[in-house]
Design a protein around this ligand. Structure first.
Ligand SMILES: Nc1ncnc2c1ncn2[C@@H]1O[C@H](COP(=O)(O)OP(=O)(O)O)[C@@H](O)[C@H]1O
Ligand SMILES: [Mg+2]
Length: 500
């Protein structure tokens, strides 16, 4: 039984230190070494950068560092997005959070702070003055006897600000024992390289992804204490569903604890898991729904949905899939051209990312399955109000042929003619037929213009095929018998990237 009255220790949410911060052992050792060095006054200009999808534990790790630093009496300043928009606001942020007992470190430093500790005013500084102020605050934080600066959400620091900040941090770090740790989403290295600071070569990039199964087991079941023994099948089931994703681990922990607190079971089994799942599912769907909205809002739903259909259930993404998605959102650009902003946009979502350099995976595997199902439903719901659109979609699917020939281009006129032909053969009233159906699909980004505007290619052939099949399943389209395929003319294919 759970100790009566003991509060639920799990707090799923962003930025919470979990009851057991599992794994990350090498990193924690590393941080301890760095804190020890800072404490002994040894300068160490290498900053540490934590990069990974949301919900994997970057903020929790920063909080762990802050706690460990305070335990060794090192001053800590923590900042996040709200202070990162300009050099001045970073300086102002440090000033505001600067430990009061260390303000004497500022004596002799040329700062626009008035009497030490009072009325800090950096608002009117020019950019150059801001950079000078910033260096002074960094020097004061590192001092002679060590200090720690933690920057969360560092992907939000604009590259031109990063250029000044990281160069200043590096210079100060050469002479002062200042430990700088930054954290951000998987676009962080992209943002850092756009900032053009040499920092990126000199910093240590650590990728923070999902835990391994044993670490997940520890994070989930240790907080229950040794008097609660879950049955083996219950434990394995929960671990399967939590997918080693720290945020899901906390969701499950919280829900299981709540059920146990109510039922007072000693040896919880599948009945407790089934009861807890009801709550977990509500929260999980909330998360999926937020992520879907985000993908829709930044125009990434179609490329990612296409990826999930192309790879199939359980398929693993590769760099090739990432390149195809890039090409989808910036069709005019050849596959190996620099596309820093699109790259950053794709990486920021963490939908797929590289847990180690060269290896790709879905940030949350079950989100990929959700996107697979929901994208088809969403597309069908959008088209359903006009039955001719679904027929036009089926015509598109047919005239482009096999989805695996995804870079095929066809003359726009031919595609229009195929759609018109299909619409005329159907029972749709002629007056409801769209004037130029191709224009509609281009606007919806299902079609993209080819090398010349008179040619088009299908942006998401696997998604289109899946949607047509679902339409047939829901009897919104007649079942083709046999599934006829026409190829209006021999296709041309754009230069392809190398196979994975
Ligand atoms: N190593 C870990 N073990 C167990 N739970 C963790 C771990 N790291 C993070 N969590 C939990 O996962 C959730 C997300 O962590 P958070 O640090 O906010 O992620 P991020 O900053 O990467 O978005 C939080 O509820 C946190 O307590
Ligand atoms: Mg965070």
């Amino acid at each position: 039984m759970l100790p009566p009255g003991k509060p639920n220790p799990f707090h799923p949410g962003y930025g919470e230190i979990p009851p057991v911060l599992a794994g990350r052992d090498r990193l924690k050792r590393n941080f301890r070494d760095r804190l020890k060095a800072a404490n002994s006054g040894t300068p160490h200009p290498t900053a540490m950068a934590l990069m990974g999808p949301r919900g994997c534990g970057k903020t929790a790790l920063l909080k762990w560092v802050a706690k460990a630093a305070r335990e060794s009496n090192l001053p800590v300043v923590t900042m996040a997005s709200e202070n990162l928009s300009s050099v001045e606001s970073i300086a102002r942020g440090i000033a505001r959070k600067f430990p009061k007992n260390l303000l004497e470190r500022l004596s002799g430093v040329n700062l626009n702070v008035g009497p030490v500790g009072a009325g800090i005013n950096l608002a009117n500084s020019s950019r150059t003055a801001g950079a000078g102020e910033l260096s002074s605050w960094l020097e004061a934080l590192g001092g002679e006897s060590g200090g720690v600066l933690l920057i969360d959400e560092a992907h939000n620091m604009p590259p031109e600000v990063g250029h000044v900040f990281y160069n200043a941090a590096q210079t100060v770090g050469g002479d002062h024992p200042l430990l700088l740790v930054i954290a951000g989403t998987p676009d962080l290295d992209s943002v850092l390289s756009r900032s053009g600071a040499t920092f990126i070569e000199r910093s240590r990039m650590e990728r923070i992804g999902r835990l391994d199964r044993e670490e997940a087991r520890q994070a989930l079941f240790e907080p229950f204490g040794k008097h609660i023994r879950f049955s083996d099948d219950a434990m394995e089931q929960v671990l399967d569903e939590a997918q080693n994703y720290p945020y899901f681990i906390q969701l499950w922990g919280q829900a299981l604890w709540d059920v146990l607190a109510r039922t007072r079971a000693h040896n919880p089994g599948m009945e407790v898991v089934n009861e807890a799942r009801k709550n977990v599912n509500v929260q999980r769907l909330e998360l999926y729904s937020r992520r879907m909205d985000e993908l829709v809002n930044c125009g990434l739903l179609i490329p990612f949905a296409e990826m999930t259909w192309r790879l199939g259930e359980g398929g693993q993404p590769t760099s090739y899939d990432f390149q195809l998605s890039l090409n989808h959102i910036e069709p005019g650009v050849s596959l190996f051209e620099e596309q820093p902003e699109s790259r950053q946009k794709l990486l920021h979502t963490g939908f797929i990312w590289q847990p180690s350099l060269g290896t790709w995976e879905y940030g949350i595997p079950s989100l990929a399955s959700h996107v697979r199902g929901e994208s088809v439903s969403l597309l069908l719901d959008t088209l359903k109000s006009r039955p001719e659109s679904i027929i036009a979609l089926a015509a598109l699917d047919q005239c482009f042929g096999k989805p695996s020939d995804h870079l095929r281009e066809l003359p726009r006129k031919k595609v229009t003619a195929s759609i018109q032909e299909k619409l005329q053969a159907s029972e749709v009233a002629p007056e409801s037929m769209p004037g130029d159906p191709v224009a509609g699909f281009l606007a919806g980004k299902l079609l993209i213009e080819g090398d010349t505007p008179d040619r088009v290619s299908l942006a998401a052939p696997h998604l289109v095929r899946a949607t047509v099949e679902e339409a047939i399943h829901r009897q919104l389209l007649p079942n083709p018998d046999p599934p006829a395929r026409t190829d209006p003319e021999p296709p041309t294919t754009k230069s392809k990237p190398p196979s994975p």
